[in-house]
Design a protein around this ligand. Structure first.
Ligand code: GLU
Length: 438
């Protein structure tokens, strides 16, 4: 049987599953559609800086293991680079590069004064003790310290990292600097300068975009059903807010398997069950469901909230949902996307759908700079405004182009970045189409 690293290597070389190749194609396509020259593509396709670090850790059994970590910084012309850090066995350089490009586009679509960054460590954190995990988090931050900082590059949580991990990381950074620097990362515990509403922000944003999509499609959410792949921070919060809007969430999965209830899952009870440290699989009031079965369920809304490459040529044909809301980054391969398009599924693309996280991270960074903190309602209100405006801008572009939401999102993001290129004098008239001359 293939081990997980062999599978990762195979996926990286498989064109259709390499997120960096996928994002470059999408960039190229949208740049051509916008009538911009290849010069723009040549800048956008490459992160400005990528660092690989080794992270030696003394394990509890005395063994010394050397983990590999990365930090990719895509582009800082709109502000410092910004994006999460993931701990996952499938992390690789190409994945981190792609994720940093997606971060640039997200920030651009939401009009945040930030660029894109992303970090990752190749590790399965479930195999580590708490002490080993803390050691790994602290050592990773020490290794990337020269290139991060509140005016340079601002990390945050991503897959398998959370406020607790952010707490260790900021503590390590503060010790190195000799004073407290709360704005060096976001998604930290509230007591250390984290923002109220940050933990819920990505899921809240996902549901705002679903609500807007339902409005466009004339769907009444209180009559809709939903299924979710992934029940980490983003998946569980998305389920919570969907449930609050009256959507019947009938199925969820996590890394161990899934559950289904035709009548709708009791989401508040399930959230409590999972917060107590359980997998959804052990939840007693539902029937078991496999990942494969999840794709074929007759639901109105499907939310991939796990990792990349889940909606593929093999799974997309089974999807019956009218809305696919990409809470994860890069969950759909180009082949999967084509099938969704043929089946007329309304896709809320990742770079719009899950941008609520970085938006409230931006608010956290602003509050850290002021050293003055907002009430949660204020944060949520500001998030609502940004998400709705972002959605409207993408929808408008889609309608003007008579195209798809994904390409429209890329076009909105790229156009925004191009304005900064132009203002900085990086690009001249021949790089721009007539649309961009004014
Ligand atoms: N990791 C999240 C994302 O992919 C949040 C990034 C941030 O808050 O900076 O958007």
């Amino acid at each position: 049987m293939m081990n997980i690293r062999d599978k990762v290597e195979a996926d990286i070389t498989t064109h259709n599953k390499n997120p960096y190749k996928i994002v470059k194609e999408l960039l190229k396509d949208s740049i051509t559609e916008l009538g911009l020259s290849d010069n723009i593509y040549n800048i956008l396709k490459k992160p400005m800086r990528v660092l690989e670090v080794s992270i030696p850790i003394r394990m509890d059994n005395g063994e010394l293991r050397n983990f590999t970590g990365y930090r990719s910084q895509h582009l800082d012309i709109l502000g410092p680079t910004k994006g999460g850090i993931r701990f996952h066995p499938q992390v690789n350089a190409d994945e981190v590069k792609a994720l940093s490009i997606w971060m640039s586009l997200k920030s651009a679509i939401l009009d945040l004064p930030l660029g894109g960054g992303k970090g990752g460590v190749i590790v399965d954190p479930s195999e580590l003790s708490e002490r080993e995990l803390e050691e790994l988090s602290r050592t990773y931050i020490r290794k990337i310290t020269p290139i991060i900082g509140p005016q340079k590059d601002i990390p945050a949580p991503d897959v398998n990292t959370n406020p607790e991990v952010m707490g260790w990381m900021i503590d390590e950074y503060d010790k190195l600097r000799g004073f407290n620097v709360p704005g060096m990362l976001t998604g930290k515990p509230v007591i250390l300068g984290g923002s109220l509403g940050r933990l819920e922000a990505t899921g809240r944003g996902v549901v705002i975009t679903i609500r807007e999509a339902a409005r466009v499609l004339g769907m009444n959410l209180s009559e809709c059903t939903a299924s979710l792949q992934g029940f980490g921070n983003v998946g569980s919060m998305t389920a919570k807010f969907l449930h609050e809007l009256g959507v019947k969430v009938v199925a969820v999965t996590d890394a161990n398997g899934g559950i289904y209830s035709k009548e709708g899952l009791n989401i508040p009870e399930l959230l409590e069950f999972v917060q107590a440290g359980n997998s959804v699989v052990g939840y007693p009031h539902a029937s078991p469901l496999s990942n494969d079965e999840l794709f074929g369920l007759p639901v109105d809304i499907f939310v991939p909230a796990a990792i990349e490459n889940q909606i593929t040529k093999d799974t997309a044909p089974y999807i019956k949902a009218k809305i696919v809301a990409e809470a994860a980054n890069g969950p759909t391969t180009p082949e999967g996307d084509r099938i969704l398009e043929e089946n007329n599924v309304f896709v809320i693309p990742d770079i719009l759908c899950n941008a609520g996280g970085v938006t409230v991270s931006y608010f956290e960074w602003v509050q850290n700079a002021m050293n003055y903190y907002w009430k949660e309602e204020e944060v949520n209100q500001k998030l609502e405004e940004r998400m709705v405006t972002g959605f409207e801008n993408v929808l408008k572009m889609r309608n003007e182009q008579n195209g798809r939401m994904r390409k429209a999102a890329y076009m909105v993001g790229i156009s925004h970045i191009v304005k900064a290129f132009k203002a900085r004098g990086w690009i001249k008239t021949p790089d721009l189409s007539r649309n961009y001359l004014n």
